[in-house]
Ligand binder design. Sequence first.
Ligand code: BTN
Length: 256
Amino acid sequence: MAGAEGASATGGLMLPPGFSLRAHDEIDSTNEEARRLATGGAPHGTVVWARRQTAGRGRRGRSWVSEPGNLFVSFLLRPSKPASEAAQISFLSALAVGETLDRFRPAGSTLAYKWPNDVLLDGAKVSGILLESAGGGPTGLAWLVVGIGINLAHHPDDVERPAAHVGAGATPEAVLAVLAERLASWLARWECDGFGPARDVWLARAAGLGGPVTVRLANETIEGTFDGLGPDGTLSLILADGSRRAITAGDVFLPA
Ligand code: BTN
């Protein structure tokens, strides 16, 4: 449990060995709190969960709507692998979310992964993942925070990026228990077997694979065919002139 102020009842929530929970009714951002804890020396496996965030943040400087009923959680990791491989954890996290939601989503719904780490329910975004890190230490990575938001009870209206929620009575506590177990499992597999198995499982449910995509980068927008993932998780695009381009960061848009 977190300190008394803002601490939240956890309803007997059990996390896998090696994970310890700090629960809050309200916080600015679980990623921000995990960052504060990381710089204060908190160990690998610290999990920050809040029922509501007042300053939830998303990728590329966007905010993340954070009202009660949805899941907002951040995992503080101190990976033993080099910083160059840490981005692969975003795929492991997406797989953990996807496999968790397989247990909660409505029968007949479809689930897919959208590069780099979105999870789509019936084609609309149901979860977002934000990785933040700091360099240092023997691996070049002092800490990495995996922030995960899952729309369980409601979702924001967004025309450009349609969103969805799970519904069907999925509670944050129940979903977090499964999510932590799936993430622990994928992290252990990655430590032993590398990125290959995760890459294969991700690709098997990749949205838009083999089809046209638009990718918005910081200073340009490009169109191409989504040809797969590089061995390190980069997005592989085939452009109109037949050349191949590897994308390391950007926003992917699929045809409606
Ligand atoms: C995205 O833009 O797709 C990423 C959204 C990440 C939101 C989660 S909610 C828990 C954690 N705390 C934050 O402030 N952000 C992440």
